[in-house]
Design a protein around this ligand. Structure first.
Ligand SMILES: O=C(O)C1=C[C@@H](OP(=O)(O)O)[C@@H](O)[C@H](O)C1
Ligand SMILES: C=C(OP(=O)(O)O)C(=O)O
Length: 450
C-alpha cells in the first residue's frame, strides 16, 4: 500500500546534464512547528512558504481538530488562529498523522498536559514506529497511555489534569523527543528541563523563543540543558519558512553524479544542526559551493551550487555529524556508490527506526543494483564504483518511505541502466513537487502504470 492511496511505480532513466534553478519547498520541521506553535498562541499567526506535503497537511488537520482555526490562503500563505497554551479542546475523532513521526510525536507533547483524551493513528509505516520514547517522558508529567504492544500506534493518551514539570535527559539523539517534552512543558507549572547529550535540530528552541516563551539553552558538561518556564502566553508570529535542506539534498546529489550538471538551489537554511550532508559532500570532493551566504531570521542561509563531480572519494563520515544529517544518509549512500573507495557511516542506529529501517532498505536496493554494502546494527558502509561504474537496472522496494523512493530515483539518473521503485507515492509526504522539479532540471522520471 502507498502512504495515502494507490501505489505509483516509478522509474528513473540515466540523464544529464541537469541544469537550472531548483526551488525546493519549505522546511518540513519548521512547517510542523509553525502550525503547532501557532495553534498554541493567542491570536493569528501568519505563515509564508509552508510545506504543503502530506505530513504537514495532516498536522494542519490535527490543529483544527484541537480547536485552532487553520486557513490556507493559497500560494503557500497560511494562517492559524490559536487557542492559547492549555486551550486545546478534545478532538471528536481519532487523530491520523499519516506517515509523520514528527507530527504525531510533537502533537502528543502538546496535549499531554491538558485534561483531554486523544487517540492517535497513522499509516502502516507510522504504526510500526516506536512511541515509548515519547510516552515515557510524557508519563512523568502525569499523562497516561494505552497503546499496542511495544508502544506502537494506534494509541490513546489521557492528558494530565494536574501536570507537574519534569527534568528529562533524552536517551536517544532525537529532536522529536526533545520537542515533545518541551511542548508538554508549556502547559505544566514551573520549569521543565530537557538535557540532550548530542545536539539535534534546534528549531523548537528557536521558535519557542520567537513566540515569546521564556526558554534558555546552556552548554554544560552534561550536554545542552534547555530550561522552559511553563504556562506562558505565546504571542502570534509572522513566519517565513526557509526552504528545506533535506529536500535540497536530492537535486544537489543528482547534479553531482550526472555528467555536465550545474544546478543552483537557492535560499537553503544552513543551520549547523541540519547542514551535515553538505560538509560531508565537500569532504568527499564534491564541487559544491555556498554562494551568497547571509543571515535570514537569525539562521545562516546560502544558495547551493552543485556541479558534476566525477572524482569524489569515499570517506569516514564523522559519527558526531550524524544528528545534523540524519535524514540525508539514504541519498548520501547513493552518492557514495558513485565515488571511489569506501564510505563508512557509523553512529547511525536511529536510521533503523525512521519511516523504514533505512539501512536495510538502502542496502537491499543498492545491492540489487550492483553496489556492495556492509552493515551492522549502528553502521553501514558502501563500496564506491566510480562515477560511471554503477550498473543499476533493478527495481527497489520504497517501503512507504519518501527518502528511500527519492534516493533510488537519484541513483537511476547516474547509473548505467534505469532504476525503479515499486511505489513513489510516499514522496508527496515531504516533496510533492519532486517529479516536476527534477524533470525541469532535465531528469527523466516516468510513472510506470500510466
Ligand atoms: O524534529 C523534527 O522535525 C525531525 C527530527 C528527526 O527525527 P528524530 O527526532 O526521530 O531524530 C528527523 O528525522 C525528522 O525528519 C524531523
Ligand atoms: C524521518 C523523517 O520524518 P518523520 O520522522 O517526521 O516521519 C524524514 O522526513 O526523513
Amino acid at each position: 500500500m502507498s502512504a495515502h492511496g494507490t501505489p505509483i511505480p516509478m522509474t528513473s532513466h540515466r540523464c544529464g546534464p541537469l541544469k537550472g534553478v531548483a526551488e525546493v519547498p519549505g522546511d518540513k520541521s519548521i512547517s510542523h512547528r509553525s502550525l503547532i506553535l501557532g495553534a498554541m498562541a493567542v491570536g493569528e499567526t501568519k505563515i509564508t512558504g509552508l510545506l504543503e506535503g502530506e505530513d504537514v497537511l495532516d498536522t494542519a488537520k490535527a490543529m483544527q481538530a484541537f480547536g485552532a482555526e487553520v486557513t490556507n490562503h493559497g500560494g503557500g500563505e497560511w494562517s492559524v488562529f490559536g487557542v492559547g497554551v492549555g486551550g486545546f479542546a478534545e478532538p471528536d475523532n481519532v487523530i491520523d498523522c499519516g506517515n509523520s513521526g514528527t507530527g504525531v510525536r510533537l502533537i502528543m507533547g502538546t496535549m499531554a498536559t491538558s485534561p483531554i483524551s486523544v487517540t492517535f493513528t497513522g499509516d502502516a509505516s507510522l504504526n510500526s514506529r516506536p512511541m515509548a520514547r515519547v510516552t515515557d517522558p510524557l508519563a512523568l508529567f502525569g499523562a497516561q497511555t494505552v497503546g499496542r504492544k511495544g508502544g506502537r500506534l494506534p494509541m490513546t493518551i489521557v492528558g494530565a489534569a494536574d501536570p507537574v514539570p519534569v527534568r528529562y535527559v533524552v536517551p536517544v539523539p532525537s529532536a522529536q523527543v526533545k520537542s515533545a517534552v518541551l511542548l508538554a512543558g508549556l502547559n505544566a507549572p514551573g520549569e521543565t528541563v530537557v538535557v540532550e547529550k548530542e545536539a539535534t535540530r534546534d528549531h523548537s528552541e528557536r521558535m519557542l523563543a520567537g513566540f515569546g516563551a521564556d526558554i534558555t539553552v546552556e552548554e554544560t558538561d552534561e550536554g545542552r540543558v534547555i530550561t522552559l518556564k511553563g504556562q506562558p502566553e505565546l504571542k502570534p508570529q509572522s513566519i517565513i519558512v526557509p526552504r528545506d535542506p533535506s529536500s535540497a539534498a536530492f537535486p544537489v546529489c543528482a547534479a553531482l553524479i550526472t555528467e555536465g550538471s550545474d544546478v543552483l538551489v537557492p535560499n537553503i537554511g544552513l543551520n549547523p544542526t541540519r547542514a551535515g550532508l553538505y560538509f560531508t559532500l565537500q569532504d568527499m570532493g564534491a564541487d559544491l559551493t555556498f554562494e551568497n551566504m547571509r543571515e535570514e531570521g537569525g539562521e545562516p542561509v546560502a544558495d547551493l551550487r552543485a556541479k558534476y563531480s566525477p572524482n569524489m572519494k569515499g570517506i569516514e563520515v564523522p559519527p558526531s555529524r550524524a544528528a545534523s544529517m540524519i535524514d540525508e544518509y539514504p541519498v548520501l549512500s547513493v552518492v557514495a556508490s558513485f565515488a571511489t573507495g569506501k564510505t563508512m557511516m557509523a553512529g547511525v542506529k536511529e536510521l533503523r527506526v525512521k519511516e523504514s529501517d533505512r539501512i536495510d532498505a538502502m542496502a537491499k536496493g543498492l545491492r540489487a543494483n550492483g553496489v556492495t554494502v556492509d552493515e551492522g546494527e549502528d553502521w553501514w558502509s558502501v563500496e564506491g564504483l566510480g562515477i560511471d561504474g554503477v550498473p543499476g537496472g533493478e527495481s527497489c522496494d520504497s517501503v512507504l518511505d519518501h527518502r528511500i523512493a527519492m534516493s533510488f530515483m537519484v541513483m537511476g539518473m547516474g547509473s548505467q541502466k534505469a532504476v525503479s521503485v515499486n511505489d513513489g507515492s510516499p514522496i508527496a509526504t515531504s516533496f510533492p513537487i519532486f517529479e516536476s522539479l527534477m524533470g525541469n532540471l532535465g531528469a527523466r522520471l516516468t510513472r510506470d502504470n500510466h
